[in-house]
Ligand binder design. Structure first.
Ligand code: HEC
Ligand code: HEC
Length: 347
């Protein structure tokens, strides 16, 4: 009797030691008990270009990025967070604005693009000035027409907040908040936002059908628009001049401002058309506020110049019915799930 009791006690001790050992081992691999997130790659999409290899995607990192995205303290007057220009109700563009408002009553030079499927892009901004989400986010933080703030001042402000200190420590295992980690967290939030739940996506999966007009619009779209706006991303990510008359007040030469190559004058990045029906205003300077105006530009407004895209030498010929049908097709690209997805709302 005594002997078996001893054996049991010994066994329990052994099991506990083993269990502790294993636990400690697991803890070494994931010392902060982070919850890893897998990147969403919707059916039919190509592989993303940015795979978070240098910035492992975790629930905690994403949440920290979300908090920063909505935090006014990242701006000079504490009142211009990323989310003031990138609003969820506008698919993270600025709701019905041509250009956005920054600190000190300034205006941005360009229209704020909606933010989704960013991990599929290699160049950010209308002129492609930035080639990573990290470099991109540093621009509005410092920009005089955006947030006008410095990293030193931001770190001073948020370091005082015990929640931030705890979150940075958990995600990046550091006692000190660094600009680099701040940009990484922001990239986890913005880079994770994926849009793939439109009627068009359901149609492609055989789960929805198009009306006759949407179908006819789809056919016209494939013939006349898809070279530059190809499925399934609805952009080829190239830079092109579509013959919009230059606005003399803005002096915006587009891609030329990055490459200094005159052949790039007035070329702007082809935007995705996903959710375009709910992302007005349109074009790099937000000059149009309806899809009809965009279509009319292609039909009758294309201005000739030496860098005009050869596809548009004669504009795009569309009958009124075709233009109407294309607009209806574009509405099938709307993914309204993003507008109230709780993962993306203000924490
Ligand atoms: C004052 C308004 C404003 C604020 C604040 C702002 N942005 Fe933007 N954002 C813009 C505008 C305008 C553009 C387009 C810039 C261009 O093309 O020159 C842009 C572009 C972007 C892009 C590139 C999208 C693409 O498809 O190329 C990303 C990503 C982005 N912003 C993220 C952020 C983040 C993260 C923050 C906060 C750190 C932020 N923005 C703060 C207005 C703003
Ligand atoms: C030669 C390439 C090309 C073709 C063809 C083309 N687009 Fe575009 N599209 C662009 C570029 C580039 C822009 C951005 C231009 C700018 O802002 O300067 C754009 C912008 C747009 C916008 C505004 C989107 C936004 O978010 O601001 C819409 C809508 C649009 N195109 C629809 C169409 C439709 C519909 C067709 C076919 C009838 C078409 N495009 C054909 C290159 C093209």
């Amino acid at each position: 009797m005594k002997k078996s009791l001893l054996t049991i006690v010994l066994l329990i001790t052994l099991v506990s030691i083993l269990a502790y050992g294993l636990g400690a081992c697991n803890k070494d691999e994931n010392p902060n008990d982070l919850t890893y997130l897998s990147q969403e790659v919707p059916a039919g999409f190509p592989q993303p270009v940015y795979k978070f290899e240098d910035n492992p995607l975790t629930k905690e990192g994403f949440e920290l990025g979300r908090k920063l995205f909505y935090d006014g303290r990242l701006s000079l007057d504490n009142n211009h967070p990323c989310a003031s220009c990138h609003q969820q109700i506008a698919v993270f563009g600025t709701y019905e604005h041509d250009r956005s408002h920054g600190v000190n009553s300034t205006h941005t030079l360009r229209n704020a693009p909606p933010l989704f499927n960013l991990a599929w892009q290699t160049k950010y901004h209308w002129d492609g000035e930035f080639n990573s989400l990290y470099n991109e986010a540093a621009q509005p933080i410092h920009g005089d027409h955006e947030m006008g703030e410095t990293f030193t001042s931001i770190v001073n402000k948020i370091q005082k907040d015990p929640d931030y200190r705890a979150a940075f420590k958990k995600v990046f295992r550091t006692e000190f908040i660094s600009p680099n980690d701040l940009l990484k967290a922001l990239a986890q939030f913005t880079g994770y936002i994926t849009s793939s739940h439109s009627k068009y996506d359901l149609y492609k999966k055989g789960q929805a059908s198009f009306t006759a007009q949407e179908m006819s619009g789809y056919t016209v779209f494939q013939a006349k628009c898809a070279t530059c706006h190809p499925e399934p991303m609805f952009t080829d990510y190239s830079f092109r001049n579509i013959g919009l008359p230059a606005d003399p007040l803005l002096n915006d030469y587009g891609r030329f401002m990055v490459t200094k190559n005159p052949a790039d004058s007035f070329k702007f990045k082809v935007p995705s058309l996903r959710s375009v029906y709910i992302t007005s205003n349109y074009m790099h300077d937000g000059r149009f506020n309806t899809l009809a105006q965009c279509l009319n530009h292609y039909r009758t407004g294309v201005q000739k110049s030496s860098t005009l895209d050869p596809l548009l030498t004669n504009g795009i010929i569309l009958t009124n019915t075709e233009a109407n049908d294309v607009a209806l097709f574009l509405r099938t690209l709307t993914d309204s799930t993003i507008l109230n997805d709780p993962r993306y709302t203000k924490p």
